[in-house]
Design a protein around this ligand. Structure first.
Ligand code: NAG
Ligand code: NAG
Ligand code: NAG
Length: 596
């Protein structure tokens, strides 16, 4: 007994110390980011805040400038250059130099970089959300959910688990290589390129940047021409954090422009991540085939939302409306098709209609609105066409939300939340990605029918299945051909940042986020070495050394049986034979064999 208690005291003291250390906040420096030209502080209005009238079509590309304005008010925000290919190449060359230095940085330093960003984000949530809201038209709550929470979750996951997944991973060596040690090593790939969409300008910029930089790469990101103003501001946060940890300043590049700028980026980097439409995704893959770089394509979806008859309808109705209206429906993994069991169909549409009717859309920073604007003005026309097509084919609008006080100039940028019933697969609304606040609802009778309908799509990104029986919901989800499945919830997968995100079919391939996304930024190298070096070194067995012995093939036959035979007795017999063949080995000359 007397020997034990000092040990117990030590363990106890250690636990107490660990706990006390947890109470000390980490020492993370704050960064200063210049906001003077992006925030209206009321004392001086920004010079350029006139109403902007965007030219129709692609004429804006002619003057080689990306024009930025607030979709919800049409206030002008400024312009950015459309970078010509030569400047894109230069930016990538700078990033390449920076990466050489960063590649040898410690994980401790990389984590400090993440903590500095996290601290800034938490202290400036309102600023980040307001900038996103102004540039894309989403509400502050939509921005908090899609920009802030997702990014904080990603940073926190990288802080706690990132290093573990980038360390060498040991694997089994198999039978013939039992005397070897085999492992996978993860090296940075070099300069990662990302071309990202406008729907979440903060998260879409930070998400690939965090994974690339944490795994030792540099990255150049082309932000969307529809969200360049916010992207360029968010870039300043990254630059300030890089400076604070003493990282090379060109480790991260953010560039603006149109297709030409994006193509030049694809041709210059070592890997490309693209978030956008299938049409552009194909173009990117074509261009990437010139340099044979890996591509990750996240091309949107037409996600099914399935509701069985044994659910708590009023709860699921709330989730359904959020799944459809979050960010005015402009989500790659938004719910776009609703399949509801016939027994609760009328109850469900009644609940959903009640909620949607209570939703008011308006300019998010000018009042309390539940939903914001549509980011790109041509887009409301497309949404209207989808609705018209569905109405022509027998669907019916049963509920719409209302508009708040919309400025006359911005009406094109709003679309009312709309519930549509009697939908079926003859309608474009059930086939094409809408990317808008529309809820088409269709009835089903059996689980098989729901699966068949959900599966009947060119896309395969995600699905959400609701049932009072968890196992029934899981069974349905398991049969839908897609990359992301939420059981009795919506989009919860995206909040688990350890999980990969991506789809099949026209939703693209490759994964970002999670372990798979982090490792996808790496050169994956398999390494084999002698396990008991220098005591046991590998030699080629005598019978198959050059010149090959006469019993060379016989030796191979026995060796194969010894290693892989199904019966232990056959294997032992083969082992004896192998030993015999090695000992009786006599070299033969090939000339002798030919004359036989
Ligand atoms: C990308 O591909 C298109 C057509 O496939 C081609 O016209 C263009 O020159 C390519 N861009 C680059 C930068 O290689
Ligand atoms: C879709 O619904 C319309 C109207 O109810 C009907 O005429 C049409 O046959 C349906 N199409 C399919 C493919 O079920
Ligand atoms: C779902 O679709 C995939 C391919 O699109 C197909 O291979 C699979 O058999 C389908 N499953 C069901 C249950 O329909």
């Amino acid at each position: 007994m007397a020997f034990w208690w000092p040990l117990l005291v030590l363990v106890f003291a250690y636990a107490i110390c660990k706990f006390l250390l947890m109470l000390i906040p980490p020492n993370v420096p704050s960064i200063e980011v210049d906001t003077s030209d992006v925030v209206d502080d009321g004392t001086h209005a920004r010079d350029n805040s006139f109403i902007y009238i965007p030219p129709r079509g692609r004429t804006q590309q002619i003057d080689r400038k990306v024009q930025c304005y607030e979709p919800a008010t049409m206030k002008y925000l400024g312009h950015f250059p459309a970078l010509p290919p030569s400047e894109v190449k230069e930016c990538v060359a700078q990033a390449r130099k920076a990466q050489k230095i960063w590649a040898s940085s410690s994980f401790k330093k990389r984590r400090q970089f993440l903590r500095i960003l996290l601290k800034y984000i938490i202290e400036h949530q309102d600023l980040i959300c307001e900038i996103s809201s102004r540039d894309t038209g989403k509400t502050m709550v939509d921005a908090s959910l899609g920009e802030i929470m997702t990014t904080c979750e990603k940073i926190t996951w990288l802080l706690s688990d990132g290093e573990k997944w980038l360390k060498p991973e040991y694997r089994s060596s198999g039978r013939s290589m039992l005397h070897k040690r085999s492992k996978v090593e993860f090296y940075p790939i070099g300069v990662v390129g990302a071309i990202v969409s406008w729907n979440y300008p903060f998260h879409n910029l930070f998400n690939p940047m965090l994974a690339a930089v944490f795994s030792g790469n540099s990255i150049v990101i082309k932000v969307s021409e529809h969200a360049s103003w916010s992207g360029c501001f968010y870039f300043r946060i990254i630059q300030a954090a890089l400076a604070a940890v003493g990282a090379p300043e060109n480790l991260v590049g953010v560039i603006t422009g149109f297709a030409e700028t994006g193509e030049a980026l694809v041709s210059a980097v070592d890997k490309i991540i693209f978030v956008g439409s299938p049409g552009v995704g194909k173009q990117i893959m074509r261009n990437a085939s010139d340099t044979l770089i890996p591509v990750t394509l996240e091309l949107g979806g037409k996600d099914a939302f399935i509701v069985c008859e044994d659910v708590d309808v009023s709860h699921v109705a709330q989730v359904a409306v959020r799944a459809s209206l979050q960010s005015s429906g402009q989500n790659c993994a938004g719910a776009e098709r609703f399949y509801v069991h016939k027994d609760i169909y009328s109850k469900f549409i009644c609940e959903v209609s009640k909620i949607v009717k209570s939703v008011t859309a308006g300019p998010p920073l000018m009042g309390k609105y539940d939903m914001g604007a549509i980011c790109v003005h041509e887009h409301s026309e497309k949404l209207q066409n989808l609705v018209d097509d569905a109405l022509d084919k027998g669907a019916e609008i049963i509920a719409r939300g209302s508009f708040g006080n919309l400025g006359e100039d911005a009406v094109d940028h709003f679309f009312p939340p709309t519930v549509i019933v009697n939908a079926n697969h003859s309608m474009k609304l059930m086939k094409e990605e809408a990317f808008g606040p529309i809820m088409p609802i269709m009835k089903f009778s059996t689980d098989e029918e729901a699966i068949r309908l959900a599966n009947d799509s060119n896309y395969g990104l995600g699905c959400a299945v609701f049932s009072g029986s968890q196992s029934r919901a899981k069974e349905i989800a398991s049969q839908i051909h897609c990359g992301v499945a939420a059981v009795n919830d919506f989009a919860s997968n995206y909040m688990c940042q350890s999980l990969p995100f991506g789809g099949v079919k026209h939703s693209g391939f490759g994964r970002f986020a999670g372990v798979e996304g982090l490792r996808a930024c790496c050169l994956v190298k398999s390494v084999v070495e002698d396990r008991w070096w220098p005591y046991i070194k590998t030699k080629i067995p005598k019978p198959i050394q050059y010149p090959v012995a006469e019993n060379g093939f016989e030796f191979q036959e026995s060796l194969v049986e010894m290693l892989y035979g199904l019966s232990i007795w056959d294997r032992l017999r083969a082992l004896v034979n192998v030993l015999k063949l090695i000992s009786e080995h006599k070299p033969s000359s090939s000339s002798k064999r030919r004359s036989d």
